[in-house]
Design a protein around this ligand. Structure first.
Ligand code: PLP
Length: 225
């Protein structure tokens, strides 16, 4: 299937749902992103700051760039002028830096809190308790240039459907808990970013509002270049 066909396929699949496709373009050249763009796709996900910053000026200004990988505080400044959504907030320190850089750019940056839901030690993310502690703090409440729009999680790399379902439902539970305590009645707090190429259907069934799909659109990634 061509990139264009895959995008159209997803548009068809997601029509009438409240789930949005984030096309994960990491490691792929701008020509392929352009192909997806021409099929109507606007939201793209990258996991590395350097790569996003290199691609951004090459593509139309209405591309929505989602940062989905671990973000180091010293790199926030490079994406602050244009990033659409930072999906990987995993500490107050990082959120404070995003706020500072957003202020410098006279904007508010939308963010998701990344939760640790997998069984693998290697994955990043907050626990529910850490997130609650952060959102209760005076320091967080003083931040005026960031807006928390929901939660994000990366499930275990497994084909075990029951395991995946459990992790997705855990993330949805975190979303509900955080929403009730901190964002009750706030319409912008609405995103549950979960699901990738191999498990997006299950994620949608479990309430995902953003699936992050890479290889099912662009093909396999080749990391050694
Ligand atoms: C790479 C990546 C994806 C997309 O993975 P695919 O299996 O290619 O769909 C989704 N989310 C995150 C955080 C990623 O790093």
């Amino acid at each position: 299937m061509s990139i264009k066909e895959s995008i159209l396929n997803f548009q068809e699949k997601l029509k009438g749902t409240s789930c949005q496709l984030i096309a994960v373009s990491k490691t792929h050249p701008v020509e392929l992103i352009r192909e997806a763009y021409e099929a109507g796709q606007r939201a793209f996900g990258e996991n590395k700051v350097q790569e996003m910053v290199a691609k951004q000026p090459e593509l139309p200004a209405d591309v929505q760039w989602h940062l989905i990988g671990h973000l180091q505080t010293n790199k926030v400044k490079y994406i602050a002028p244009f990033v659409h959504l930072i999906q990987s907030i995993d500490s107050l320190k990082l959120l404070k830096e995003v706020n500072k850089q957003a202020q410098k750019n006279e904007r508010v940056i939308d963010c998701l809190l990344q939760f640790f839901i997998a069984e693998e030690e290697s994955k990043f993310g907050l626990s529910l308790e850490e997130a609650q502690e952060m959102l209760r703090s005076e320091e967080y409440r003083a931040l005026e240039n960031v807006r928390i729009c929901g939660v994000m999680g990366v499930a275990t790399f497994t084909e075990d459907q029951a395991q995946l379902k459990k992790e997705f439902s855990t993330l949805r539970g975190y979303f509900k808990t955080i929403q009730e305590e901190f964002f009750h009645g706030a319409p912008h707090f609405k995103e549950i970013s979960m699901g990738m190429s191999s498990d997006y259907e299950l994620a949608i069934a479990e309430g995902s509002t953003m699936v992050r799909v890479g290889s099912a659109i662009f093909g396999n990634r080749n990391y050694q270049k």
